[in-house]
Design a protein around this ligand. Structure first.
Ligand code: PLP
Length: 383
């Protein structure tokens, strides 16, 4: 095999995908409750998004950011309309969006320290790896970029203990995704936003997994009634076309003036065509209401069939982001569940994560819950 063995791959070779269904090269069909990893929020190959990209293919594929591209302006307008941010920098991935956020925070404040959280995940570049509060992500790559420290999630005193006159920003996910689907408490976020304001420290929210309707709102922070100074997007913004975005308040725009930052492919027109159509669909009240309804339905089904199983410790959920924490390791179970026709994700050692497309049907939810129940009810707790 000529690829780096970077990924522990499952024995599934994809042939095609449509909506919630993935088909392997043998014609076996799977319900995709991972959506990539929270990427295909509108399901695979949404017809309107596909059409928008096909149309763009007939206009132009690439243009240097030295020239104006109206489609970038249109997507930026969608993201900033009634949101916490005013200006958007487009890049190609989540890590790049966070990298831009960290650079901007340091430039704006003239300070270097960034406080993040244990179990967080922000990416695998040098800055975002240092920002990630998981030792296993950083092992072997040291020395790390300096001035990052990790507070305890949902513990405001632990944040206070980390702040000093060199602190530029606090950065967090409002629901820790890779860390186990752990939602921030309302009290914690409210106090954190207040604390940052008082101390003139920037609040950066990483919306890479929680953004674009995943939690039932456009952005996860909207659940908490706060406004970050900077937030970052990727994954669902392109539904599979690579795109990232760093969004910030207008007072910080000058810090990213000409020559300060850039990306050859950032804001490429194919990704922009996809993003524009996706936001037209997702950022409507009726679509987001439906996501909330489906999330409620999924919660009811999990409560009825999964939560009380002996092998299940706790079910956590925000919108269509679910973590089923089990009593023991789940790696082998995710494989078994896959063999039974359902694609799920892990989040840490003991959590099965569900990130179904926001377009999932109640029928598909029923099928997925039956599949999970069949496997999980047979598991014995051994320790
Ligand atoms: N931030 C969060 C919250 C993520 O979940 C991820 C990816 O899983 C990233 C950042 C990194 O995104 P990417 O893999 O696109 O660099």
């Amino acid at each position: 095999m000529a690829l780096f063995p970077t990924y522990n791959r499952y024995d599934l070779s994809v042939s095609q995908a449509n909506g919630t269904i993935v088909e392997d090269i043998n014609g076996k069909k799977y319900l995709d409750f991972g959506s990539g990893i929270g990427v295909c929020n509108l399901g695979h190959r949404h017809p309107d998004v596909q059409k928008a990209v096909e149309e763009q293919l007939n206009h132009y594929w690439h243009m240097s950011n030295l020239y104006k591209q109206p489609i970038q302006e249109e997507v930026a307008a969608f993201i900033t309309e009634d949101s916490a941010g005013d200006n958007v920098f487009f890049c190609n991935s989540g890590a790049e969006a966070n990298e831009a956020a960290i650079k901007l925070a340091r430039k704006v404040t003239g300070k270097d320290k960034i406080v993040t959280f244990n179990q967080s995940f922000h990416g695998r570049t040098f800055a975002t790896m240092a920002a990630t509060g998981q030792e296993k992500v950083r092992t072997g790559f040291g020395p790390m970029l300096e001035s990052f420290s990790y507070a305890t999630f949902n513990d405001i005193d632990s944040v206070k203990a980390q702040l000093d006159e060199h602190t530029a920003a606090v950065m967090l996910e409002v629901v820790q995704g890779e860390g186990g689907v752990i939602p921030a408490s309302e009290a914690f976020i409210t106090e954190l936003a207040k604390l940052c304001k008082e101390k003139e420290i920037l609040l950066i929210i990483d919306e890479i997994q929680t953004g674009i309707g995943r939690t039932g709102k456009r952005f996860g922070y909207e659940h908490y009634g706060i406004e970050p100074d900077i937030f970052t997007l990727a994954k669902g913004l392109g539904n599979g076309l690579p795109v990232g975005a760093m969004v910030a308040k207008k007072e910080y725009a000058d810090a990213f003036g000409p020559g300060s930052h850039g990306s050859t492919f950032g804001g490429n027109p194919l990704a922009m065509a996809a993003a524009k159509k996706i936001l037209e669909i997702v950022f409507t009240e009726s679509f987001l209401d439906e996501v909330e309804e489906k999330a409620t339905y999924l919660a009811e089904q999990l409560d009825k069939n999964i939560t009380s199983l002996a092998f299940v410790k706790e079910v956590r959920q925000k919108g269509l982001m679910v973590g089923i924490e089990c009593q023991e390791s789940t790696a082998h179970l995710i494989q078994k569940i896959m063999h039974n026709g359902l694609l799920t994700l892990s989040a840490g050692e003991k959590v099965i994560r569900l990130l179904p497309p926001l377009t999932v049907t109640t029928d598909e939810i029923d099928q997925a819950v039956v599949c999970l129940q069949e496997i999980l009810q047979k598991q014995k707790v051994t320790i």
